[in-house]
Design a protein around this ligand. Structure first.
Ligand code: GDP
Ligand code: CA
Length: 315
């Protein structure tokens, strides 16, 4: 059995720990197609927050409290940069984390595609699933905000971390998406997949940028594999993070029904055949999509594995 998972950072990483545990039991192969819209170049270094969240989490090196970055992290370089007044000061670059960005940037500068660089980094972390960036090309999420009566585009990280999404916001733009190609291996993985799972990741800034890469949405729509999504929203709560702010910008209700409707039915030009929602959302209706309830709190690995099993049963 071959499972492909579309994933963002923290939500995607947690979900993948469950997918991996299940896959080990049944002997399945897992490929994660990970968002790169959050990627940013700072101080000359290419930083891939979602790929790293997944790699560190599955590799046992993530900070469980923060949810992102490395466990046992120190911040000497960040403090030194701040002492120089080197902008941006709002982005958390840990010392241990920096080694990853140094290796990655050196390889990218030498001409290796991000997919090959990711594979090389994973040789250390052994995440137990194949990690692929959605694209090897530059694709960055930018956010059009209003400032001094004017519209201005800022990088997603500036909007998310510096402004905590608390600025008047018009829309999201996936810069570079039109000319991006799926990364090496992505379309092959989708074409041989038995099932595609959409992780409970941020639908607007984690999953949408993956689907914005021409060819990926088409591969899902025309593929033989059923596509089952897992709701990142429980009741009216985004559980963790600011998905509610993102959905508000799109004028989509922050609910399992809102997000399910945003993804839409595969038969109607969307991506879903099935939509897993929490029991509190059992009333959810998405036209032409089979909705099923299962507890969706990823409190520990056992709970997450149960979620994954429910998603696969639905598929
Ligand atoms: P990010 O890239 O680090 O922001 O992580 P993702 O986009 O992969 O996931 C973030 C989303 O995960 C949040 O917006 C939440 O909606 C969702 N999430 C986090 N924890 C849980 C959980 O325990 N259950 C469910 N269903 N969703 C969760
Ligand atoms: Ca992210």
């Amino acid at each position: 059995m071959r499972i492909v998972v579309l994933a963002g950072g923290i939500g995607g990483a947690r979900f993948l720990t469950g997918v991996r545990a299940h896959a080990r039991e049944v002997g399945a192969e897992v490929t994660a197609v990970v968002n790169v819209g959050d990627d940013i170049r700072l101080h000359g270094l290419q930083i891939c927050p979602d790929l790293d969240s997944v790699m560190y989490t599955l590799g046992g090196g993530a900070d469980p409290e923060r949810g992102w970055g490395r466990v046992g992290e120190t911040w000497t370089v960040k403090e030194e940069l701040a002492a120089y007044g080197a902008e941006p000061t709002w982005f958390g670059l840990g010392d241990r984390d920096l080694a990853t960005h140094l290796v990655r940037t050196t390889m990218l500068n030498a001409g290796y595609p991000l997919s090959a660089v990711t594979e090389a980094l994973c040789a250390r972390w052994q995440p137990g699933v194949r990690l692929l960036p959605a694209t090897d090309d530059r694709l960055e999420t930018h956010v059009v905000v209003e400032r001094d009566g004017e519209q201005q585009a800022i990088h997603f990280q500036e909007w998310w971390i510096r402004h905590r999404a608390q600025v008047p916001t018009r829309r999201f733009v996936f810069v570079g998406a039109e000319s991006a190609k799926p990364a090496a291996g992505v379309l092959d993985a989708l074409s041989v997949a038995d099932v595609v799972l959409v992780a409970p990741s941020n639908p607007v800034v984690s999953i949408a940028p993956i689907l914005a890469v021409p060819g990926i949405r088409e591969a899902l729509a025309g593929g033989r594999a059923p596509v089952v999504g897992v709701s990142p929203i429980i009741g009216t709560s985004p559980v963790r993070g600011m998905a509610d702010r993102c959905l508000e910008v799109l004028d989509v209700e922050c609910s399992a029904e809102g997000v399910g409707g945003l993804y839409g039915a595969r038969s109607g030009g969307g991506i879903l055949d099935g939509w897993l929602v929490d029991p509190v959302d059992a009333h959810t209706r998405v036209p032409d999509v089979t909705v099923r309830p299962a507890p969706l709190w990823m409190t520990d690995e056992a709970a997450t594995v149960a979620m994954v099993r429910a998603a696969l049963e639905l598929a």
